[in-house]
Design a protein around this ligand. Structure first.
Ligand code: UD1
Length: 339
């Protein structure tokens, strides 16, 4: 026992094994990115041991919690993966992926390779090293154009972007792995179809990732805001800490095994409204700030809104950070970054 969390054994909920204290070791793929690094922070805060693997394609080393074991490399690179698994891993949070609809159209092969082949490699390693729990970062882009709003998990999945296709394909690989009866042990799987996740560390510079931080970055650099389409399209924005809560609460929840969950806030905000909220937070308005409208982009889903009743019921999950609060926190952080 020591003061360093890396080597402290702690009791967490039902993470106990036959009388001995047992601290689960979680592998977070993509743990230097926006979602993965926040997830890592929350896991460490709650006493888990974490290994992060990230190829730093969009992630940043400085995002990685100092208490995590960090391995730079690609999930498709077996040399790197062998290094990851030279310590016993109990649970995999598979978040690494090519996270851009637009990029998936520019380079479909790269999107396919990272999102699908990368996921298959994660599954192969889980089998090889007997990891019996995988949680996967799926996406609301799996749905495509919804039949009706809000969207339930049972709605049809007809992705309309290449990115949506690969995220959904990878989700099915994960779920089908959970059903395999030819393995010497069972792999319990859960997938989260995440809606528009936002919060601290979402890139303020990357034009291919997340509209909230794109617009905030625009204002901080005093650049015009570009709206693709008429701005009437809407999204369901969910704060990263609420997302982390849902994932962590699922780790040991048997009722979540073999299940897919929507993670959104259940509330829809239009892109025009989002622009107004952000401008207002900076003491600006459309009267004194340039907002440009451009043609709608391919694969754009018009309206998205999650039905979150399943996560509420099975994970006992509640939204703790409503939109106005999450936006305030994100903008405060972004201002610090640009100070
Ligand atoms: C986003 C993510 C996707 C993730 C999904 C679910 C991107 C590109 N997409 O999809 O990875 O799986 O959420 O969490 O990161 N927009 C503008 N101006 C801009 C940028 C965007 O008008 O400068 C519009 C887009 O055209 C779109 C909406 O804002 O209609 C939301 O865009 P964005 O957050 O980038 O992507 P999603 O397609 O919602």
């Amino acid at each position: 026992m020591g003061s360093n969390l890396d080597c402290v054994e702690v009791k967490i909920g039902n993470n106990q094994m036959k009388g001995e204290n047992f601290m689960k070791h979680i592998l977070v793929t993509g743990g230097a990115g926006f979602i993965g690094s926040n997830m890592t922070d929350e896991l460490i805060k709650r006493g888990y041991k974490v290994t992060v693997i990230d190829n730093e394609s969009t992630g940043l080393k400085e995002n990685v919690n100092k208490k995590a074991r960090y391995i730079k490399g690609d999930i498709r690179d077996n040399k790197v993966m062998n290094k990851v698994f030279n310590e016993k891993i109990n649970v995999i949070f598979h978040i690494a992926g090519c996270a851009s609809t637009i990029k998936s159209f520019h380079d479909p092969a790269a999107d396919l390779s990272t999102n699908v082949s990368g996921t298959i490699n994660i599954i192969n390693y889980a089998i090889k090293y007997k990891v019996s729990r995988i949680l996967y970062a799926s996406s609301m882009t799996s749905y495509g154009i919804p039949d009706k709003l809000p969207i339930k998990e049972t709605q049809s999945t007809r992705p309309i972007s290449y990115y949506g296709i690969t995220k959904y394909a990878a989700e099915r690989y994960i779920m089908a792995t959970g059903l395999r009866n030819d393995l010497p042990f069972k792999i319990n799987v859960t997938a989260f179809r995440m809606f528009n996740v936002y919060g601290r560390r979402q890139s303020l510079e990357n034009p291919y990732q997340g509209v909230v931080s794109i617009f905030i970055g625009n204002v901080l650099r005093n650049e015009p805001i570009t709206i693709f389409g008429d701005g009437k399209q809407s999204r369901d924005f969910v704060h990263i800490r609420d997302v982390a809560d849902a994932w962590i609460s699922a780790i040991d929840n048997k009722n979540s095994f073999g299940e897919v969950f929507n993670l959104g806030s259940g509330i829809r905000v239009s892109i025009n409204e989002l622009v107004d909220v952000i401008l207002k937070s900076f003491g600006k308005s459309r009267k004194n700030y340039k907002v440009i409208y451009k043609e709608e982009r391919p694969g754009d889903q018009k309206h998205m809104q999650a039905d979150i009743s399943k996560a509420k019921k099975i994970l006992n999950w509640r939204i703790k950070i409503p939109f106005y609060k999450g936006m305030k926190d994100t903008i405060e952080w972004a201002k610090q970054v640009y100070k």
